[in-house]
Ligand binder design. Sequence first.
Ligand code: SAM
Ligand code: ZN
Length: 287
Amino acid sequence: MARWHALLACPHCGSDLAEKRGSLVCAAGHSFDIARQGYVNLLPGGAEVGTADTREMVGSRRAFFASGHYRSLVERVAAVAADAVSDVPGCIIDAGAGTGEYLAAVLEATPGRVGLALDLSKHAARHAARAHPDAGAVVCDVWGRLPVRDGVAAAVMCVFAPRNAAETARVLAPGGALVVVTPTSRHLSEIIGPLGMLTVDPDKGARLERTLGADFVRRRLEPLEYSATLSVDDMVSLAMMGPSAWHATPDRVRAEAERLGDGTDVSVSVEIGVWRVDRSSDVSDAL
Ligand SMILES: C[S@@+](CC[C@H](N)C(=O)[O-])C[C@H]1O[C@@H](n2cnc3c(N)ncnc32)[C@H](O)[C@@H]1O
Ligand SMILES: [Zn+2]
């Protein structure tokens, strides 16, 4: 049995899963096939829903990561996450992991840990399953109950991905960290207009506080900003790997990228936040 299988819980009844002849099975008999590509689909009902990245988006994401322009970002996120879990035992979960680039880097920075990539897209999960030898990948919806046992995670990563605060708090071990990466208003700002990409919500920081603030307190905020010099192909991959791809046409995006030309300088600008479960209400309850 792969080490990551022991972290999982049945999406129907919440009980542990054991491996039996190429499937994961719970005590109540719910059974899930382990796909040939190494991931397991734990979506109740098995159907993917709307916001899952498509095969084409995942292809663009892989091409962009291969360009190396996000290497500094991936490495900084991994360093912050590794530091945040230095004295907390447990696995690393990446919620909305995409192709698993960030998870693989965190696992490299914290040797010996097991990683779990959660994503609604089976195309993403297929690649995340191969991102690192100590990582497994699960297709699931992070807005539902996570198919993960209570308290197993030293860290939950959310990198440009949806965040479910209550479920994250449930799966975190005591002292564990939620590591959130969000774009600032300067992120990719040079190409957002020209390529018709979605703009960053200027209220993002306040929104994050509202969605996480009930369960978590932020302990660290690390800004990261640098300039990347992109080719036309890089810009097309970047535009087509994210949510902008839902309403963009590749030909139009390419024509606009060609107008900007090879060698376009673009800002990468994010905030890396480390949040911990807020235990202050536990204290007042105990008084
Ligand atoms: C913008 S991408 C970020 C991927 C990865 N964290 C990265 O930065 O390379 C958002 C990811 O969230 C996934 N996603 C969207 N809605 C989801 C949901 N409800 N549950 C789980 N994953 C979801 C998409 O399939 C996609 O892989
Ligand atoms: Zn079950």
